[in-house]
Design a protein around this ligand. Structure first.
Ligand SMILES: *[C@@H]1O[C@H](CO)[C@@H](O)[C@H](O)[C@H]1NC(C)=O
Length: 540
């Protein structure tokens, strides 16, 4: 049978009409759900081993044989961004995990793993003939109970500056300890906390610039006041300026040579060339004069500046910096409080920037330009040093996560204990709830608690410890009212999270809980996957 009336026989032998185009595919009910479970659980398995302070790294290598670049990382977001999947559920889980990364900057792995564990539990419930809608209802109740617990146990020390700084250090430490920088942790904790406190409550991550300079080792990384531009000052210019007027521009300054594209200029003598050249120079000079009318002491251009205008400006004692990249110019203008100018007709209304000192410094072998004491005092630069680009890249990713989490904490200021403390306490609450709810829903609520407890279990497993033993001890401690107990991953036993300084940002935890639940629910709700046929062009 073929053509539009072709159909499939179901179990009873009835032929169902095929309503989809031949190139479309559909899979239904159990089959669709199974495919979804498999896909989502596979994603969770993929990142599971990177969870926690003792998580393992992964090497990411492009499938394209021409691309040589490899990445060594244990950052969940980076891993998930680089896998290509052809499973709809896996894609949903990846997308929601990525949203976590965009929203709060960390906790991506937690979302993927918790989402996967929830679906693993759901698989068992579905096999036990519990309808997905019942599971979802149970999960929703469980999620609310867990969330309430989370909010109840959160601590807020923002009133006491010293204690709050300790909180921030603990949080930065917890984030960084799961990344590459274990040995250099303390150094980086201080870098990150100092940089974020300098923001004075702003959540503009752009004000913290990260520069990577290969060479030296990670401990040589430092926080510099102000802004660093990886460019050289033009050779004829003065090299130091104190409280300068800084003009930031984006304008062509490179036509002191004849450069007329796409048009033929017919000249009959060498004199003519000289004539045109002279005219061009004259035009350039007028432009320079216009710029100089702004009385800048530093002129920074995004584009190239040729010799002639450069010397004209240098003669007037102006420091010239050319070819600053786009990112550099954008940041400079906001940090220095300058507009980016491209026309120079109204010197009176143009906004020039300023700072206390501009000079050249050496980082490793390279000269860079430093802008100190900027108009925007919250700006700072973290200069990362390290033996290789792999180390620098991973250090940057870790630092970025830590900065994001710190910014979230400053905004929200509530913290919770790490080391599995919150997960076990949330699971306690859902267990309690399950006892009160009659019917099959309670099975789903119990399952939710089990999935929550899996997180600290995986963390302990990744540390090479007997996770079942540790988690049952931890459950006992918490059940007996010990609110500071958690996994001491250094010693492989239950420890005191307050003494060990292991804290996490409430906002990140909460967001991860909600995102993972949402992803799992969305995937569980699927009972049909339709692969749409590719759209054909008209006329076929
Ligand atoms: C809680 O447990 C930890 C680790 O076992 C222990 O160090 C701490 O003293 C306990 N706290 C209380 C109040 O029992």
């Amino acid at each position: 049978m073929s053509g539009p009336y072709a159909g499939r026989q179901d179990e009873a032998g009835n032929v169902n009409p095929q309503i989809f185009d031949e190139q479309a595919e559909e899979s239904k009910g159990e089959m669709a759900r199974l495919t979804s479970f498999v896909g989502a659980i596979a994603i969770s398995e993929l990142v599971k081993t990177t969870l926690g302070p003792k998580g393992m790294d992964k090497i990411l290598k492009s499938a394209d044989p021409n691309e040589q670049k490899i990445t060594v990382t244990n950052d969940g977001a980076t891993i998930l961004k680089s896998v290509y999947v052809d499973n709809a559920a896996a894609k949903i889980l990846i997308d929601i995990s990525k949203t976590q990364d965009d929203e709060v900057g960390d906790g991506t792995t937690t979302v993927a793993v918790l989402g996967g564990e929830l679906l693993r539990e759901a698989e068992q419930l579905v096999i036990a003939k519990i309808h997905p809608q019942i599971i979802i209802q149970g999960w929703r109740l469980a999620k609310e109970a867990a969330r309430k617990t989370l909010l109840d146990i959160a601590m807020d020390h923002s009133q006491d500056e010293a204690v709050f700084r300790k909180d921030l250090e603990s949080i930065a430490g917890t984030t960084l300890s799961s990344k590459l920088l274990v040995q250099e942790k303390e150094h980086f904790v201080n870098l990150a906390v100092d940089a974020v406190l300098r923001l004075k409550g702003s959540d503009d991550l752009k004000l913290i610039q990260i520069i990577k300079k290969a060479g030296g080792n990670l401990k040589d990384s430092f926080l510099a006041d102000g802004f660093i531009l990886e460019k050289k000052i033009a050779s004829k210019s003065p090299k130091v300026k104190i409280t300068p007027r800084i003009l930031v521009a984006n304008t062509p300054m490179d036509y002191d040579k004849i450069k007329i594209f796409g048009s033929k200029v017919k000249v009959d003598s060498i004199d003519k060339v000289a004539e045109i050249e002279a005219a061009e120079r004259e035009k350039m000079k007028r432009k320079v004069d216009k710029i100089l009318a702004h009385k800048p002491s530093i002129f920074i251009n995004r584009q190239l500046i040729y010799d002639y205008p450069e010397s004209l400006m240098a003669e007037q004692g102006v420091m010239v910096i050319e070819h600053a990249d786009f990112d550099g110019v954008e940041r400079l203008s906001s940090v220095l409080g300058a507009d980016i100018l491209s026309t120079f007709d109204t010197p009176e209304s143009a906004k020039l920037g300023t700072c206390e000192l501009v000079d050249e410094i050496m980082i490793g072998e390279d000269k860079v330009i430093r802008f100190q004491g900027c108009h925007e005092g919250r700006a700072s630069t973290i200069v990362l040093r390290g033996a290789s680009t792999h180390i620098l890249d991973e250090a940057e990713r870790s630092l970025h996560d830590a900065l994001c989490v710190l910014i979230q904490t400053i905004k929200n200021s509530k913290v919770v204990y790490g080391g599995g403390n919150t997960e076990v306490r949330m699971a306690e609450a859902t267990d309690e709830l399950a006892r009160q709810i009659p019917g099959k829903k309670s099975l789903a609520i119990e399952a939710y608690g089990r999935a929550l407890r899996k997180l600290p279990m995986i963390v302990a497993d990744n540390g090479g410890f007997d996770s079942a033993e540790i988690i049952s001890q931890l459950r006992a401690e918490i059940h007996n009212g010990n609110t500071t107990a958690g996994i001491d991953i250094g010693r492989g036993c239950v420890g005191n999270m307050e003494d060990l300084g292991i804290k996490e940002c409430l906002r990140v935890k909460e967001q991860a809980l909600l995102a993972a639940s949402e992803a799992a629910e969305m995937i569980l709700r699927v009972d049909e996957i339709v692969k749409a046929a590719p759209r054909r062009r008209e006329g076929y």
